[in-house]
Every structure is written in C-alpha cells, then in structure tokens.
Design a protein around this ligand. Structure first.
Ligand SMILES: [Ca+2]
Length: 265
C-alpha cells in the first residue's frame, strides 16, 4: 500500500511527525514555548490533568543547566574514590544500620534475593543514608533537562515519567531531589521509579523519600536487572554485572562490591 502514497503526502507525514517533538533550546528564552508544545506530547503519552498542571508550574532550572554543563569527568583511582566518598564510614554505619533493624533488612533479602549489605552500601554512597537527597525542584529540573537540546534524548522519557508520577501522587510540583531530578534515598531517576519502584511500606504510594520504599525499590531494580540470589557479586562473579547496571562508573561499581562485602564481613 505504501507505493500508493504520493511523495507530497509522505513529506507531510514526515513534517507532522517531526512537529510532534517539542522545540528544544539552549537557554531560558524558549522554555515557555516548549512547555506548551511538550504538554501536548505528554498528554499524547498518557499524562493526566495533575501532571500537566505540574508541567505548567515548572520554571527554567538555571542551576541544573549550569551543573550539567560544568560536569567534569573525574578519573579517580579506586583507592582515591573510596577515600573521598568516605567508604570506611559507610561500612561502619552500614553494619550498625543492619544490626539495628535486622528484621527489615532480612525482609529485603527474603523478598528480592539481594543481600541487604549491597542495598545498604548503595544507600550510603548515594545520599549518606538519606542525609542529603538534593535541593532542586524535581519537576522543574527534569523538564528543563528535557527542554535542553543537549539532553533531550536522555531526559524526555524521564520528564514524561515525572509527570506520570505526579498523576499517581508519588511526586508533586514541590518535590525536591538532586540536580538532575534524581529522587530520594538512592537517587532514582523518574523513569526508573515507574519501571522499578516498589511500595515497600504498603501505603499505596511509591515514595522514594520514604526509606522503606527506596530500599525495596533499589533491591527490586537489582533483582529485575538479573540479580541471581546466592551468587557472588564481586568483580568477575555473576552479580557484578547487575551492579554495573546501577551505575556506569567502574570505580563506583567496585567500591559498592567491596563495601558490601565489608559490611557483611
Ligand atoms: Ca509507600
């Protein structure tokens, strides 16, 4: 049937499909226009009234863009990385946390098959066990990144996800997270909350600022990414590949594996 399409019609189809994507920009000047266009895109993707209202209330996140443009690629050795991130403190605190609430951490292991020590090491590494979960407005940060031409490809899906989380009551216009919209105790991006979020405390809402939900979601992420209960997680062992799914940085992956084994030890 395609050969029946006249060239002009094919061209008009191409134009209309490219017009579906909201117009990105490199500074604040086009953000309001983008929001109006993106609202249509979001509605087409299933975002409801609450999510669209949250999008309308966003403002251009200058701090997020500034942080994103000034990211440096650090090339620390593993030893330096662990020292700078305070690995001995994370290990000591992690042991105390598991000893202080053994039933909770045992339930994480039982439900997801992931050692509590791995989840605890991630919790310590990401936010110092919830001590610093960020100070940026999540919906504004993630929307601004989706608008920014350099970052649209990666963040558009996460922006749609953030608006859906508003619809679900997991996020609001006032939710606070890290500079790139990472959420809660273990810094999930919104798309990962949709895909791997787990209502650990059973109150009907996945809330990553709730420690129980965040740690259950983290264990669920690892399990869904292929964690094999009982198999090893050090470099060269089967579950190390799953830790690689959590964070792309090699020193981070090795640090998590080492700290978790020290927490278990
Ligand atoms: Ca919950």
């Amino acid at each position: 049937m395609l050969r029946m399409f006249k060239p002009a019609l094919i061209l008009s189809l191409l134009i209309s499909s490219s017009a579906m994507a909201a117009t990105c920009g490199n500074d604040a000047s086009g953000f309001a226009n983008w929001k109006a266009q993106f609202a249509q895109e979001a509605a087409n993707a299933g975002v409801g009234a609450r999510g669209l209202q949250a999008l309308a209330q966003t403002s251009y996140a200058s701090r997020t863009i500034s942080a994103d443009r000034n990211q440096k690629s650090f090339r620390y050795s593993l030893d330096d990385f662990m020292r700078i991130r305070g690995a001995p403190t994370i290990v000591a605190q992690g042991k105390r946390r598991i000893a202080g609430n053994p039933a909770f951490y045992a339930s994480i292991e039982n439900v997801f098959g992931v050692p509590a020590a791995v989840v605890v090491a991630i919790h310590g590494m990401e936010t110092g066990f919830g001590n610093f979960m960020g100070d940026a407005n999540v919906v504004s940060a993630i929307s601004t990144l989706a608008y920014d031409c350099r970052r649209s490809d990666f963040f558009t899906g996460h922006a749609i996800a953030a608006l859906k989380l508003v619809d679900q009551g997991s996020l609001s216009s006032n939710s606070i997270g890290a500079m790139h919209g990472e959420l809660g105790h273990t810094q999930f991006l919104p798309g990962n909350v949709i895909a791997y979020g787990y209502d650990g405390d059973g109150n009907g809402v996945v809330d990553l600022t709730n420690q129980t939900d965040a740690l259950a979601s983290t264990a669920n992420f690892l399990r869904q990414k292929g964690w094999r209960p009982g198999a090893g997680y050090q470099e060269g062992q089967p579950n190390f590949a799953v830790i690689e799914e959590w964070n792309a940085a090699g020193v981070y992956q090795k640090a998590i594996a080492i700290m978790a084994s020290q927490i278990e030890g």
